[in-house]
Design a protein around this ligand. Structure first.
Ligand SMILES: [Zn+2]
Length: 311
């Protein structure tokens, strides 16, 4: 039996070499972080198609996904639609192909460049487009624009988590503000959550909930402070200016201040710096509301993200 091979980028050739061997050549033409290089070989149903924007779309599903197979396909096959939505917010998609692979038993998802991988646990209750939004937002934040020190990981996981919140807002299952409120209320004032600064969490906490949730709350606080138009302009300019390169958090803050004309040092110091503290209510919102419809699904994702080392 010949198993298919899926990697990042585009399949350039598939050459029989005799004795039942096949050489698969994949090429990724854009700069790639080392941890986002990817290859899977096995009993997968692999589909090669084209996105509405004309890019190669490669998806793969383990033959052993069982009851999770339908939900996995219903979610990952919507990747082009989700990428198009995100492109409308943060600018042109930075790579030459799209896709995703779902693997049985993998307890995390990872934003491999052009080809995120998802554990089937993300789809064990129903379709889950939130995690697809998360991993594809990383194509801009983490894959194209990266950093040189892991203490800045909130700048990857914050926007990726915020993409889940924006997706919820887009489909009417709860606004980003409602999700920020619910996240803020999830942790009492004396919870250790507030003791870990997202801007310098330490090696043992590099993928703690703080990196994801305080990262996203920081973006919501910033959006509230500078307004929607400036906020999304900031994201678009940021990913365009630093495309395929590392960037520093200080540069992000400086750009936000320049575009908004506001001093933002207090906001960033409180929310995401190495000296971060529990933000005052006006930053994250404290209005007691019912949990948004998307809350449980996004929390399900967060539990899986936090028990892994990377996602
Ligand atoms: Zn992530």
């Amino acid at each position: 039996m010949v198993f298919p091979v899926v990697s990042g980028g585009e399949l350039t050739s598939r050459v029989p070499e005799g004795n039942g061997k096949i050489r698969w050549n994949w090429r990724n033409r854009k700069p790639t972080n080392t941890y986002q290089v990817f290859m899977v070989v096995g009993d997968f149903d692999v589909k090669h198609s084209t996105t509405p924007t004309g890019l190669p779309l490669i998806t793969g599903y383990g033959a052993d996904l069982g009851a999770n197979a339908a939900a996995a396909r219903a979610s990952v096959e919507r990747t082009p639609e989700i990428v198009e939505y995100l492109s409308g917010l943060v600018g042109p998609y930075p790579f030459d192909s799209q896709g995703g692979v779902v693997v049985k038993g993998l307890e995390f998802a990872l934003e491999n460049q052009t080809r995120p991988v998802y554990g089937d646990f993300f789809f064990d209750e129903c379709a889950n487009t939130s995690v697809v939004a998360h991993e594809n937002m990383h194509q801009w934040f983490g894959d194209s624009v990266s950093f040189d020190r892991w203490q800045h990981a909130w700048r990857n996981e914050g926007p990726a988590t915020y993409a889940e919140w924006l997706g919820s807002e887009h489909i009417g299952e709860g606004t980003a503000q409602q999700l920020a409120d619910a996240t803020y209320q999830k942790y009492p004032a004396d919870d250790p959550f507030w003791q870990i600064p997202p801007g310098d969490p330490g090696v043992d906490n590099n993928f703690h909930d703080v990196i994801y949730e305080r990262g996203a709350m920081t973006l919501q606080a910033l959006r509230n402070t500078i307004g929607d138009a400036t906020f999304f302009k900031l994201l678009r300019i940021w990913v365009a200016q630093h495309k395929y390169s590392d960037a520093d958090t200080g540069e992000f803050i400086a750009l936000a201040e320049r575009l908004s004309g506001k001093r933002l040092d207090t906001l960033f110091t409180t929310c995401c710096s190495p000296r971060a503290t529990r933000p005052p209510a006006r930053h994250a919102g404290t209005t007691a509301t019912a949990k948004p419809a998307s809350w449980e699904r996004i929390q399900h994702n967060q539990r899986l993200h936090a028990r892994s080392t990377i996602s």
